[in-house]
Ligand binder design. Sequence first.
Ligand SMILES: *Cc1c(COP(=O)(O)O)cnc(C)c1O
Length: 407
Amino acid sequence: MQHSQLLQIARDFQAPIYVYDSAKIQSQYFRLVSAFGKVANLQINYAVKANSNISILKLFKSIGSGLDTVSLQEVQLGLHAGFSPEKIIYTPNGVSFEEIEEVAHLGVQINIDNLSVLEHFGAKYPEIPVCVRINPHVMAGGNANISVGHIDSKFGISVHQLPHILRIVENTNMHINGIHMHTGSDILDIEVFLYAAEILFDAAKHFPNLDFIDFGSGFKVPYKKDDIETDIEELGKKLSKRFNAFCKEYGKDLTLAFEPGKYLVSEAGYFLAEVNVVKQTTSTVFAQINSGFNHLIRPMFYGSSHEILNISNPKGKERFYSVTGYICETDTFATNRRIAEIKEGDILCFKNAGAYCFTMASNYNSRLKPAEVLWHENEAILIRNHETIDDILRNQVAFNFENSTIV
Ligand SMILES: *Cc1c(COP(=O)(O)O)cnc(C)c1O
């Protein structure tokens, strides 16, 4: 999107605000589809937790995507957005058995990630097909919080426990229709991914009734110019070839599934905030915006580095700034960052704000969550209102101490 378009949105709808470019979401989706063009059956399930706005979900529905969900509530949002249950896969971790049952009864594909639930579910519902989440124990992922395939991870059933899985399947006569892995976010090395895929193929041979193999996600997107990213085209070429060979060996055209979140929506998103104060101290210049980690927690939480542009003065002379928020706690977005000269009232634009940004926003400091806008066919469409104080008070119960008899 152009700076002038973003600036106009900040003026019309008021910063702080999230903006998503529908064209970028679509082009990422179709880039992945064409990278795997040689696979007969491809299924992309967008990971709802990256950005769960109902209009974003409807956009994915309109382009043929399915959904990957991790909670009952994400399933409910997907159904509300008009997805049929067969287009939704549910991959929970550590949730109650009752929640899994409830989702299964909605007709959604269940993906089980521990032996205890597998045994219980298989015994109770042998007729409901389930997918099994395997942990291949491959170290992938950008940092410890987002790497989920390693040996200490709480995710998936260890590939070393395959004999136990098979025993449960045999004893319960349950139907395993898919096998799955998700090794973590920000995978750079395609070879590591392909190595994990081999482990999954080996496991898949033991299940005669599969319909699909789900390779999860974890594709890395660029955060700045010349940044490294997962080479989707190269992965598509290599994995498709290997997958097609496996299907031949297996004797059936299986569906190859992916469930990307960040890859599909990260770069489509912009976060716009206004500079409240430019504060010169003895050591630095702070640009303080009308936001904080309550709206965008990734820099503080993961140490992620979002590019920041001053779209009010894009051609201005670059100076060094520490960009911080208004939260009464350290909330640093960037330190010693070169940004075009900032004046109070300028609008700063944070890039890569489409994934894990609004969905992680909170009301800390009793601040209101920002609005969201979809930029679609050259039009800015409001897809979430700014909150009001009523939203903060909605579920609170005010106990009236004046009427209390025990004083
Ligand atoms: C979070 C998650 C994803 C999406 O990961 P990205 O890095 O955003 O692509 C996919 N599958 C599962 C099971 C997840 O938990």
